[in-house]
Design a protein around this ligand. Sequence first.
Ligand SMILES: Cc1ncc(COP(=O)(O)O)c(C=O)c1O
Length: 427
Amino acid sequence: MIPGGVNSATRRIGPPWAFDSARGARVVDLDGRDYLDFHAAFGAVLLGHADERVARPAAAAAARMDLVGLGVTALEVELAELVVEAIPCAEMTISTMSGSEAVAQAVRLARAVTGRRRILKFQGCFHGSYDAVARNVISPPERTGRWDPLSSGILPDALEHTLVAEFNDLASVQSLLEEHSGEVAAVLLEPTPHNVGALLPEPGFLEGLRELSSQHGALLVFDEVISGFRHALGGFQELSAVTPDLTTFGKAVGNGYPIAGLAGRADLLSEFSSAGGPVMLAGTFNGTASATAAAIATISVLKDPEVAFYEHVYGLGDRMRAGLREITGDLGVPATTTGLGSVFVTYFLDGPVRSYRDLLRNDDHAYLTFHRRMSERGFLMYPMALKRNHLSLAHTADDVDRTLEVADQVLRVMLRDGDLAGAERAR
Ligand SMILES: Cc1ncc(COP(=O)(O)O)c(C=O)c1O
């Protein structure tokens, strides 16, 4: 009855998975198999599954009020205050149900306030299902930087107005902005492109984008749907000290509950019809009580000095990355382990990794086999090339050490079975 048996196409990967429960760092499938979860719902789970500190207030909010859909609630105001306090660019904020909706609102708002049609995005960045941004993520070599829609059924017009630049390459941005002078409404990016693992901005890149956007009258929009609240309470913009005009957030902010948002300059967000402006703001479920309470509770845990969330996940991430580097180094496997804080990824290629084009050198077979074999042994790593892994507050140093032990075994088996062609070449 469900096409393909799943409600989001990227869930149909590997064996036909069906899950029964999820608690802490572990998930259990319908056959009773237990997995240590590094998929974490594509990063939507930051504290661990079914964390009581979130589940309880969310349930209490739901018991008191589901949704009135008129006016505002105290929960929505409290969340807005927390967001504005946490995120550097946030003078105002709105709640949405999903990251895709937040991005759609950002793009429409940018077009409305600038009176321009075009958006500039980057090869390798994903921004959800909205038509205007649905192109050029994990592109094959021949379509990298070229025409590569994510779906049929999108009006070509919607995609043609979206330009594609190269991450960490300011010259590619400058030349597109000059070629389309006066036409670009927004420069939109994941500041740490995690939809292809973990590309990290080189020093000066985000600063350069800030300058170029302002120079050319385009808004700078950070899509922090993955990085927001995960890498720092204020997102990657807090760490980089580069402040965009608008930012989206989602996933981790609700620790698994459906909530996302858009934040930014007050003069921009005041253009929404809710404030009397010309840009439509609509959404039946925006600000629903349980998800809003979940986001408030998640942020409260992230802020709690006794929990020391960021210390915990950065510590585990460093331990995991160092361990993976050591193992692949000792085995002579050509690999590049990278990431930031709670996100880690091992590409099967020789570095450095600066932009999507470098990732075309990844040995996809090795990557996939590694993730698949880890998952078969109960360490759930999403079995698709370039996809990242996530640590949460519920993971422990012991979890990391056990993962490393098994990773070592898996890589040895892969070497034996000839699943690491790059290693053969290196010998
Ligand atoms: C960076 C980024 N933006 C937007 C989205 C879309 O969010 P959602 O799936 O909640 O619509 C995603 C989803 O993976 C994302 O990674």
